[in-house]
Design a binder for this molecule. Structure first.
Ligand SMILES: CC(C)(COP(=O)(O)OP(=O)(O)OC[C@H]1O[C@@H](n2cnc3c(N)ncnc32)[C@H](O)[C@@H]1OP(=O)(O)O)[C@@H](O)C(=O)NCCC(=O)NCCS
Length: 171
């Protein structure tokens, strides 16, 4: 599955992405904004395991982000279960050299459209740490609404912080 607009292509991971995936993702500035289950340091072995896992997805919900033909990062949906099965959480990161070019916003737009049409989701949300202003801005630009703030719900790097919950509903 390939999703594209004038700026970015979202495509399946290839085994050959492992080296560059590890190189870009092995960055504390990225990890500081992500959940703790994501490894840091991020090795080539972590990258290979992740790519193998992505290949088992049915339907595909995790994509490599490509910009000007280069691997730039990753974006994915996590479908919720039980009565929340028409809801998914969206998550993403970009290699630092690719920040500030609008790539994340375009990628979120492409993946939310795919989620609503192909996966028939009705709601997509994201939980962002309070200090992550770039990601909050990305979600606002992609039409998400700040729905609530879960005060002191997160502990990251031994510091307690709030989580900003953004939501987008299928039109
Ligand atoms: C968050 C991230 C994906 C953003 O990617 P990006 O492609 O640079 O985002 P975009 O260029 O589409 O938009 C970034 C916006 O944030 C704004 N921004 C950047 N730094 C900012 C700051 N300190 N305060 C407020 N806004 C800021 C930019 O100006 C831009 O908004 P604008 O278009 O109105 O000027 C990227 O920084 C990243 O990978 N960070 C680490 C991982 C992460 O945070 N993932 C998300 C977890 S919820």
């Amino acid at each position: 599955m390939e999703l594209k607009d004038h700026k970015v292509i979202l495509r399946a991971f290839k085994n050959t992405d492992a080296i560059i995936l590890a190189e870009l993702c092995n960055n504390k500035k990225i990890w500081d904004n992500l959940r703790d289950y994501i490894p840091y340091p991020y090795t080539e072995s972590n990258a290979r395991d992740f790519i193998e896992y992505c290949h088992s997805e049915q339907p595909q919900v995790t994509f490599a982000i490509e910009y000007n033909g280069e691997f730039a990062g990753s974006i994915g949906l996590i479908r919720q279960s039980d009565v929340y099965k028409l809801t998914a959480e969206i998550g993403y990161w970009l290699g630092e050299t690719f920040w500030g070019k609008g790539i994340a916003t375009n990628s979120v737009n492409l993946l939310t459209e795919y989620g609503f049409t192909e996966l028939r989701l009705v709601r997509i949300y994201s939980g962002v740490f309070d200090f992550n202003k770039p990601s909050q801005r990305v979600l606002e630009k992609a039409g998400f609404k700040l729905e609530c703030i879960f005060e002191k719900s997160v502990i990251k790097n031994d510091k307690i912080c709030d989580e900003y919950r953004y939501g987008l509903i299928k039109k």
